[in-house]
Every structure is written in structure tokens, then in C-alpha cells.
Design a protein around this ligand. Structure first.
Ligand SMILES: Cc1cc2nc3c(=O)[nH]c(=O)nc-3n(C[C@H](O)[C@H](O)[C@H](O)COP(=O)(O)OP(=O)(O)OC[C@H]3O[C@@H](n4cnc5c(N)ncnc54)[C@H](O)[C@@H]3O)c2cc1C
Length: 391
């Protein structure tokens, strides 16, 4: 076993990368004392593939939500872009172009030398003790660290409806790891889902010349953000934090999230495509999917039947606690406290155990409905920096 690191971060997504930058840049942790474990061939690989698949041109969140330390870093960085690109920020709320955001992420990774700290592997087991943690990797390597950050996100658990078989090459989830279900020639495609990603995937397919059905259980719901910005500050967080009942916190999170919603620009584009008869919209529920020799048939609750060559699920991510067996066994082994929904009960420093910190979905009973987002990564970074300085 190698010498213990100060910090090991499991997960090299938006959260893991931002937290690494904060520990190195704000706390002064030495780079040789920190590592990030993630199975991707590069940091942020899941972010890049999921966002690229949707075809989104701009982020939903504003320009102050990014991975660097200084809140104005992305806007300053954009100055180099202004002469090159037209719509680098989309109104309202100055939402950055995805390409700009990604280049800025590259800058953060480069500034802090994070690629060199990336261990391309999967953590399979964590054991915690008073002095630190031991993490076993899938390659058999073991890493010891004084502190562990679980920044594992939900992107490895796409939500599969029960009626959708998992092993058919033409029935795929757009967010499954290694997604390769995009049509290469003109096809009839049924997209399932009612939120921003389903809308963007449908628009991208239309743009590429496919015949597209979009099936959503509900009418288009318009919200600029996926939760009210009041959840980023005291307006709503004060009463959330004073709530001691974690079932009630979970209810507040569910009520606050505008699940299955689209921002006004996507709403307008979808509305136009529907009105012009380009996008075939079905506010309906799928009852079953038949695989026939000559294609797929999606049967809806209203008895409509949609014949298609491909079904793409854009149904988001499943809600059980992320982390699978690795986190399940850590919970059992270290008797870590969980609410009835299965999610961690942590202190204000996001400590689940004196040596284990969490961010993203795992921190949402402490950070509230925005915990999974980029803003949530920044909030988690604030809490960890304070904890690191205090220790
Ligand atoms: C299409 C899309 C667009 C979005 N747009 C926005 C937006 O505009 N603004 C916003 O604020 N938010 C947005 N979000 C939400 C959120 O910011 C992203 O989902 C973000 O990528 C979450 O980051 P994360 O680090 O928590 O998780 P992930 O991106 O899931 O990264 C976690 C990483 O941990 C790895 N991992 C998991 N288990 C292990 C293990 N055992 N060992 C090692 N590694 C492991 C995973 O492979 C993954 O690489 C968007 C999400 C999607 C899907």
C-alpha cells in the first residue's frame, strides 16, 4: 500500500473536479497529496457525453455557475471568445454556450494539473477507520487517504421504465454509459420523456432529418431553472436547514424540483415544431413495447400505436441513493446514518463520518434541491474548504 494521501475523491465529474480545485487552490493541499478516482478516460467524461448527446447549445444555469474558484472566472475567460463566436451567452441569465463552458472546464483542469491526479479506475470497496480510509480499486490497487470525498453523482443510473427491455440495440437510454444508440441514417424514432433532455434530443433528431414522436406523460411544463434560485440562498434554505425531520426535508426537495420541466427557449422550439407538424407530440403513457421482425411498436394508454425503428429513453436518472454496492457496504460496515429515503444524514461540513465527505445527490439532505447541480458543487466546495481549514 502507498503512503496515505490527504484527500481521495471518488468521482471525476463536475463535483469531483470542482472540489479538487477548491482543495488545491483555496486550502493549499499539495497536488501530490490528492487524487481523483474515476473510470472515465478523462475527467468530466460523463458530463461531456451526456451533454453532447442532448445536442444542447447552452447550459440551463447562469455563467457564475462553473468549476473555477473565482465566480467571475468564466465571464473573464469568455472575453477571449467574443471575437470568435456569436452567442456565447444566451439570455436570460447569461447562460454560457456548452462549448465555452467545456473549454473553461479544460482551463480549470489544466490550471490545477488535475489530469495528472486522475486515477482511471473504479472504487469497489471503502473501509473507514479513525485515522483514515482504505479504498480498493477494481484493478486490485489499494489507496489509503486521510479523507475521502464521495462525489459519485447519479449519471451511472439512468431511469429505465419497466416496459423497456434493456438489451435491445434499438431501445436505448440516452444517458446510459457507453450510449451508442444514435441513428446514423434517417429513421422514425420515438423519444420518451417530458423534460429538457427529452425535448433537446427530439429537436436534435428533427434537425438531423428523422421522423420524431415525443411521448410525455404530461403537458410541457415551463420553468427557467430546475428549482427556484431562492434555494441557493437563505430565502428557502433557512427553513430547510432548520427542519430536523429528514422525511420532511425529502418532501421539500421533491416539491422544489421542477422535474420534467423545460426552460422557455426549449419550450418555444418544441411548440413551434409541434405546431408546424414536424414533431409528433403525444401526451400519453406507454403501456407496452413490442419488438417485431420489421420494427418496434409502442402502444400508448389511449390505444394509439407508434411504429418506429428506434426508441430512445430520455427519462432522466433513477432516484435511489447512488453508489451501488460500494456505498451500501460502507453504510453497513461503518454504521453510517441514513434517512428513510436511503440518503446520507451528514453534518453541516458534509461529513458522513469524521473521514468521509459527500457532495452531489449524496449531500442533498443538507444542501437542498440544488445539490446535484453546478451550484451545488460550489456549495459543497464552500463547506469542504471551511471544514479543511477548521481541522
Ligand atoms: C444533459 C445534462 C445537462 C445538465 N445541465 C446542467 C446545467 O446547465 N446546469 C447545472 O447546474 N446542472 C446541469 N446538469 C446537472 C448536473 O450539474 C450534472 O448532472 C453534473 O454532471 C453532475 O455532476 P456529478 O459530478 O455529481 O456527477 P457525474 O457527472 O455523474 O460524475 C460522477 C462521476 O463519478 C464516477 N463514479 C461513480 N461511481 C464511481 C466509483 N465507484 N469509482 C469511481 N468513480 C465513480 C462516475 O463514473 C462519474 O464519472 C445537467 C445534467 C445533464 C445530464
Amino acid at each position: 500500500m502507498s503512503v496515505a494521501l490527504d484527500w481521495l475523491i471518488i468521482g471525476g465529474g463536475i463535483h469531483g473536479v470542482h472540489i479538487a480545485a477548491r482543495l488545491l487552490g483555496d486550502v493549499g493541499v499539495s497536488p501530490d497529496r490528492l487524487r481523483i478516482v474515476d473510470p472515465g478516460d478523462r475527467l468530466l467524461a460523463r458530463w461531456r457525453t451526456c451533454t453532447a448527446t442532448t445536442g444542447m447549445s447552452h447550459l440551463r444555469s447562469p455563467a457564475v455557475h462553473h468549476l473555477d474558484l473565482d465566480p467571475w472566472s468564466l465571464e473573464d475567460f469568455a472575453d477571449q471568445w467574443r471575437s470568435r463566436e456569436r452567442e456565447i451567452f444566451a439570455p436570460p441569465y447569461n447562460r454560457p454556450a456548452l462549448a465555452l463552458f467545456n473549454e473553461h472546464c479544460d482551463k480549470v483542469v489544466e490550471t490545477f494539473g488535475l489530469a495528472d491526479l486522475h486515477i482511471q479506475d473504479r472504487a469497489t470497496r471503502c473501509a473507514v477507520g479513525c485515522d483514515g480510509v482504505n479504498v480498493q480499486l477494481s484493478t486490485g490497487r489499494e489507496i489509503a487517504a486521510q479523507n475521502l470525498v464521495l462525489a459519485i453523482g447519479a449519471s451511472e443510473q439512468p431511469e429505465w421504465p419497466d416496459w423497456a427491455p434493456r438489451n435491445h440495440p434499438r431501445i436505448r437510454h440516452v444517458f446510459e454509459p457507453k450510449f451508442d444508440g444514435w441513428p446514423s441514417s434517417n429513421e422514425t424514432v420515438v423519444v420518451i420523456g417530458g423534460g429538457i433532455s427529452a425535448g433537446q434530443v427530439a429537436l436534435r433528431l428533427l434537425d438531423e432529418g428523422h421522423l420524431v414522436h415525443l411521448v410525455s406523460r404530461h403537458a410541457l411544463r415551463q420553468h427557467q431553472f430546475d428549482s427556484d434560485p431562492g434555494w441557493l440562498g437563505p430565502k428557502f434554505m433557512e427553513s430547510f436547514s432548520s427542519e430536523r425531520d429528514f422525511d420532511r426535508r425529502r418532501t421539500l426537495i421533491i416539491q422544489a424540483r421542477h422535474k420534467g420541466s423545460v426552460p422557455p427557449d426549449v419550450r418555444r422550439a418544441l411548440g413551434r415544431a409541434i405546431d408546424e407538424g414536424q414533431l409528433l407530440w403525444h401526451e400519453d403513457e406507454v403501456e407496452k413495447l413490442d419488438v417485431r421482425r420489421d420494427g418496434l411498436v409502442v402502444s400508448l394508454a389511449t390505444h394509439a400505436e407508434l411504429e418506429a425503428e428506434r426508441v430512445l429513453l430520455a427519462t432522466g436518472f433513477a432516484s435511489p441513493r447512488p453508489g451501488g454496492r460500494m456505498v451500501d457496504s460502507l453504510v453497513a460496515w461503518a454504521s453510517l446514518p441514513c434517512a428513510r429515503c436511503g440518503y446520507p444524514i451528514v453534518d453541516s461540513a458534509l461529513r458522513w463520518h469524521p473521514r468521509v465527505y459527500v457532495s452531489g445527490p449524496l449531500a442533498e439532505l443538507e444542501l437542498g434541491p440544488a445539490s446535484r447541480n453546478i451550484a451545488g458543487a460550489r456549495r459543497a466546495g464552500d463547506r469542504l474548504v471551511d471544514a479543511a481549514w477548521a481541522s
